[in-house]
Design a protein around this ligand. Structure first.
Ligand code: ADP
Ligand code: MG
Length: 252
């Protein structure tokens, strides 16, 4: 495959303010790509543009060798693009299994009940593979935050994506939970799914990712390896004023 995910000259304005400005980057097939940058740089907006929440003003987005620029949100999910959100979007009063089964709904035909036995079995198996096999019956609200974040990943996997977008998956997690999440995402990557991850936790990015894109004020200022990002003058400049941001675990 030539392009798993590619942005070419993508721009987006909100109320006359250019929030994404002529951004181009490539997410290599099978990579674990990080999208980083200071707060307000436009990272979540890029996710909204890739998943089709907002139309783009200019440019082109290609996914899995197909131009998806005009595709609906639901069709992008069917095409293989799934995401988890910056804030947890699980149903707190439903069980783990029910939440994970809901991840399939985009994919099902209307006459295939969400509560079908097949969906339940697949949800159970996916939880099992993610090391969460002991939680299916538990109400999500009663579970630790770190487990909830991993359940969100499992729910996204129910759509059988080829590309998984994760917006700040490690935010609010302690070190042990962050390690568990990283192991889960490594497993997901090993299964052949391409990852695009927005994350502030630089040690997490260095441990997990093999490609990095940096945004600042809606523009791409760097694209390269996790090793070289720290030496890049434009990146260091962007992080000035937050001098520890490139090193500390939970810098925002
Ligand atoms: P990041 O995720 O990098 O912190 P965002 O993509 O959330 O940044 O936001 C980038 C800029 O776009 C911010 O100035 C934000 O206020 C603006 N923005 C994002 N979404 C909208 C929207 N729906 N309407 C207006 N402005 C928005
Ligand atoms: Mg954001």
């Amino acid at each position: 495959m030539k392009h798993v995910l590619q942005l070419e000259g993508v721009s987006k304005s909100f109320g006359g303010l250019k929030v994404i400005d002529d951004v181009s980057f490539d997410v290599p097939a099978g990579s674990r790509t990080a999208l980083i940058g200071p707060n307000g740089a436009g990272k979540s907006t890029v996710f909204n543009l890739i998943s089709g929440v907002y139309p783009i003003d200019a440019g082109r987005i290609t996914a899995l060798d197909q131009d998806i620029t005009g595709m609906s949100v639901a069709n992008r999910v069917r095409h293989g693009i799934a995401r988890s959100f910056q804030n947890i979007r699980l149903m707190p009063h439903l069980s783990t299994l029910e939440n994970v089964m809901l991840g399939e709904h985009h994919f099902s035909r209307p006459w295939e009940l969400v509560g079908s036995r097949k969906a339940g079995e697949r949800a159970r198996a996916t939880l099992e593979r993610a090391g969460l096999g002991t939680y299916p019956g538990q109400v999500v609200a009663d579970l630790p935050y770190g487990i909830q974040k991993r359940i969100e990943v499992v729910r996204a996997l129910m759509a059988q994506p080829r590309i998984l977008l994760l917006d700040e998956p490690a935010a609010g997690l302690n070190n042990a939970e962050t390690d568990e999440l990283r192991r889960l995402l490594q497993t997901v990557s090993d299964s052949g799914i391409t990852l695009l991850v927005v994350e502030h936790d630089m040690p997490f990015v260095r441990d997990l990712c093999n490609h990095v894109v940096v945004l600042n004020f809606g523009r791409k200022i760097f694209e390269g390896t996790p090793e070289s990002v720290k030496q890049d003058p434009a990146v260091l400049e962007a992080y000035l004023g937050t001098p520890d941001a490139m090193e500390s675990r939970h810098a925002a």
